[in-house]
Design a protein around this ligand. Structure first.
Ligand code: PEP
Ligand code: MG
Length: 918
């Protein structure tokens, strides 16, 4: 490329040119150039038509931020030299009345933050230039020049001068209304002039003006783009997505090409594959005679690119074919689905941006699997590209089919919009982001309903279970953000009208008010009145053998098979019933890591016997109750062991305190006394004697096992007899007995001895040789501290990280919600430690217990069965400290399988490039 005017020798190069046949930068310099700058440089290198420009580096941004806006030495000279190069390439000059050079300035961070940062288009226009151009050629293009100037006034006022966007928008709308009272169609020159005058009036109101010197405009716009790195919404986005604060943004200055210059002109955005379904076809939207911002702003409903009436393929077949070719080149080059922006200027196609495209869960899986089949990537890369969150989306609920049908028939279908984010959601509606957040805080699901969303709405979008907009397309802000957050989303439901001020959503004659129920299907685009029941996804049904194996289900399965080959952590499930155990197995669980037996006690038919046991006045009564419970417990265990034949099942002996099985209310106590035929005072006395101030720290777990050994004895007998029976039937049953809440060596020593003796005695009685491992949970911090001693008596450890978190923080599991939300909102805690393991504190105990435990008993088997077993971040940690398995709820098994594979590949649990569109 022609070398720019010789700059003085400076230590750092802050500007990289591109276009005009070559580029100084490349995709490799993404950290320096930001995503947009690097993408443009790389496209230039590939010979793809890109309007020439240059990128100011993220280092320049950081310098400017750290030096109160002062530019680093040499930057100005570099910018001037690059401008001179652009002028030469285009045969235009900055500020020229005949052939004015116009440029755009756009932000572009290393990590893309859609809609979070700012852009200014059409820089370089002044009043004088506009008038000169309007006067030329008999005013043939005056509409175009005025349109550009209006856009410049809008964007410059908003982004650079900080004028209230709402006032700027209102001024233009008002001017248009006054003109002819009709919307739509390209505004005429006089209308444009009125809009410009209205905008200038807003400027005057705030004592501001658009600099009439193009260089001053450029300087101010670059400064504003750099400053936009620190604006509130960008900061908020980084906080929500865990993006570091010190990356800075690049600023790309690019010569304008015009999609708004009349016939043969258009602007659009496209994905090289469908971002909602993953279907391998070019997918996107465009507008004739418009600039790119119009497509993504959600203010116009754009036309489709690929097919149908008014599509780009139909209107501009040559540009469409070229775009398809370029899409192929880009995919082959980047080996990933791309999200591109383009402009057609008098029939000539230009690419303005390429970056990795964000995608929904189903699309992420399909694209990854198909790209392996196409030979573009290998299986490991496919695993790196699919987020655990993507699988969550694929397993997202759908509406109950019969209920939806009925709702349709009864006229509850209010509108159909674009299916922008898959999944079904019902919630109470809110029209304002803050209101949505407040309502969610008060409890219950909330749907955010807006004409269109903007970055200011992010908090409300985050708090809602689904998002509905009446305007905008698949690439609108609402659509992009919702897909990133994995929320069901319907956009462009144009038959609905939002009256935000009155707090009403109008659907024809119907009015739905704030707080009333609405249902959204982000997979079909339907909006239904009222509340619908949701049910598991088709993929889930197929995996459980209860539905057709769709393409999506097959892709999901293949990906997980690849995951199974990579991961070292095994994945088990927490399940208490044969039905749950079967689900877990169908979803790939390699055993049960926690079977909580107390749930079996709560069964309506059994609870009387449990109560009889607790209220027993003598040994005889107690034995009678136990004798009733034994066979039913045995049947429970048979059911689960049978469902998991061939795989291990860890059965935990009773954990909760006994008072949980007794009623608290006077009336219920009286009823119980009558049912059991015992004096009411006796029940009262028992309830009182069992009452505790801190039940979570009370008479539960192994403490109960030591003081009331008959219960554990009954459970152990039930396990052994169930096993013997199955073995006789030829079923491979592998129970493991687990003792909860151990904190003292003597607790596990005694209970292990008693349990082992009982197992041996009953097995002998049954005449079957059994080897049932006996282990313990590590859920009391003291147990972690003396894990070497505990390990002498345990064949395995399973970390109960729910209790371990409770006792390490001193936060009651039952009461923590009252302040935890505030803690996380206010940043006192970075996240909820009951959902994601606190690796810094609780994790230290886990790590120590693993080390000490294996010192005490080499080869000790280690697992985790707290809620954290299904959390991808926590799984990464568990893989690191060398656990053998994680155990989580059945529906999280696929997520854990993928997370474990990603941990083995060193990919981590953070958002992938695909999720955040790097
Ligand atoms: C735990 O404490 O992590 C655990 C799995 O046990 P529970 O949740 O039943 O107390
Ligand atoms: Mg516990």
């Amino acid at each position: 490329m022609s070398s720019p005017e010789k700059a003085p020798i400076v230590a750092t190069k802050y500007v990289y040119g591109f276009g005009g046949g070559d580029a100084e930068g490349s995709a490799e310099l993404k950290n320096l150039l930001g995503g947009k700058g690097a993408g443009l440089a790389e496209m230039s290198r590939l010979g793809i038509p890109v309007p020439p420009g240059f990128t100011l580096t993220t280092e320049a941004c950081i310098h400017v931020q750290r030096n109160d806006g002062a530019w680093p030495p040499g930057l100005e000279v570099e910018v001037r030299a690059q401008l001179a190069r652009l002028e030469e390439l285009r045969g235009e000059r900055f500020g020229d009345l005949e052939r004015p050079l116009l440029v755009s300035v756009r932000s572009g961070a290393v990590v893309s933050m859609p809609g979070m940062m700012d852009t200014v288009l059409d820089l370089g226009l002044t009043r004088e230039i506009v008038e000169a151009r309007c006067g030329a050629d008999g005013g043939r293009e005056s509409g175009f020049w005025l349109d550009c100037y209006r856009r410049l006034l809008m964007m410059f006022g908003d982004v650079v001068l900080g004028l209230p966007e709402s006032e700027l928008v209102a001024a233009v709308a008002e001017a248009r209304r006054e003109q002819d009272g009709a919307g739509g169609g390209r505004p005429g020159s006089s209308e444009q002039r009125r809009a410009i005058a209205a905008l200038e009036a807003v400027y005057r109101r705030y004592d501001k003006e658009l600099p009439q010197d193009p260089s001053a405009q450029l300087r101010a716009a670059i400064d504003a783009v750099f400053a936009s790195w620190s604006n509130r919404r960008a900061h908020e986005y980084r906080r929500l997505h865990g993006i570091p604060e010190d990356l800075g943004t690049g600023a790309t200055v690019q010569t304008m090409v015009f999609g708004n210059r009349g016939a043969g002109c258009a602007s659009g955005v496209a994905f090289t594959r469908n971002p909602a379904t993953g279907e391998p076809v070019l997918y996107g939207e465009y507008l004739l005679d418009a600039q790119g911002e119009d497509v993504v702003a959600g203010t116009h409903t754009p036309r489709p690119i690929g097919a149908g009436a008014g599509s780009l393929a139909e209107e501009m077949p040559r540009a469409y074919d070229e775009l398809r070719e370029i899409a192929k080149v880009l995919e082959q080059h980047f080996r990933n689905m791309q999200d591109v922006e383009f402009t057609v200027d008098h029939g000539r196609l230009y690419m303005l941006q390429t970056r990795t495209g964000k995608r929904s869960g189903p699309a992420a899986v399909r694209i990854a699997v198909e790209m392996v089949d196409e030979g573009l990537i290998d299986e490991r890369e496919a695993l790196r590209r699919v987020e655990p969150q993507h699988l969550v989306q694929m397993m997202a609920p759908v509406f109950d089919a019969a209920e939806r049908e009925r709702a349709r028939k009864e006229g509850q279908l209010l509108a159909r919009g674009l299916p922008a984010g898959p999944g079904a959601a019902s919630g109470r509606i809110a029209f304002d982001a803050q209101r949505a957040a407040d309502m969610a805080h008060e409890g219950g699901p909330v749907l955010l309903v807006r004409d269109e969303t903007s970055p200011e709405d992010i908090v409300g979008m985050y708090a809602s279970v689904g998002i509905l907009t009446t305007r905008g397309g698949m690439t609108s802000h609402a659509a992009v953000v919702a897909r990133g957050l994995g929320k069901p989303c319907v956009v462009g439901a144009g038959d609905l009208q939002v009256d935000e001020a009155a707090g009403v959503l109008h659907a024809g004659a119907r009015a739905i008010r704030e707080g009333e129920w609405l249902s959204l299907d982000g997979t079909s685009g339907e909006v239904l009145e009222g509340r619908l029941t949701t049910q598991p996804s088709q993929v889930l049904a197929a995996l459980r053998g209860k539905g057709e194996k769709t393409r999506a289900a097959l892709a999901f399965e293949r990906l997980l098979q690849w995951a199974d080959r990579e991961r070292r952590l095994r994945v088990r499930a927490n399940a208490d019933t044969p039905e749950d155990a079967r689900t877990a197995r169908a979803l790939g669980a390699e055993g049960i890591g926690l079977c909580r037996t107390e749930h079996m006690f709560f069964d309506a038919e059994r609870i009387p016997w449990v109560r009889q046991l607790i209220l027993a006045r003598d040994e005889k009564e107690r034995q009678k109750a136990l004798a009733k419970l034994l066979p039913v417990q045995q049947a429970d265990f048979e059911g689960i062991l049978r469902a998991l034949h061939g795989l291990p099942v860890t059965i935990r002996l009773l954990d909760p305190p006994l008072h949980e099985f007794l009623p608290r209310e006077g009336e219920a106590i009286a009823r119980l006394a009558a049912d059991m035929d015992v004096p009411i005072e006796h029940v009262h006395a028992k309830v009182e004697s069992l009452a505790e101030s801190n039940p979570m720290l009370g008479h539960r777990g192994c403490r109960l096992g030591l003081t009331t050994p008959e219960i554990y004895d009954m459970q152990v007998e039930a396990i052994v007899r169930a096993t013997c029976r199955l073995v006789r039937e030829g079923v491979e049953a592998h129970p493991e007995i687990m003792i909860p809440l151990v904190g003292v060596e003597e607790e596990i020593a005694r209970l292990r001895r008693r349990t082992a003796d009982l197992v041996a005695r009953i097995a002998q009685e049954e005449g079957i040789e059994l080897d049932i491992p006996i282990g313990t949970m590590i859920e009391v911090p003291r147990a972690a501290l003396i894990a070497d001693k505990i390990a002498r008596h345990a064949d395995f450890f399973s970390f109960g990280t729910n209790d371990l978190t409770q006792m390490t923080y001193g936060f009651s599991r039952d009461d923590v919600a009252r302040f935890l939300v505030r803690y996380v909102e206010d940043g006192v805690l970075p996240y909820d430690p009951f959902a994601r393991l606190d690796t810094e504190g609780v994790g230290q105990l886990v790590e120590m217990a693993c080390r000490l435990g294996r010192q005490g008993r080499p080869g000790l088997k280690l697992g985790i069965c707290g809620e954290h077993g299904g959390d991808p971040h926590s799984i990464e940690f568990f893989a690191e400290v060398g656990l053998d398995y994680v155990s989580c709820s059945p529906y999280r098994v696929p997520i854990a399988r993928l997370a474990a594979a990603r941990a083995a590949l060193g990919t981590g649990a953070g958002m992938s490039d695909e999720a955040i569109g790097r």
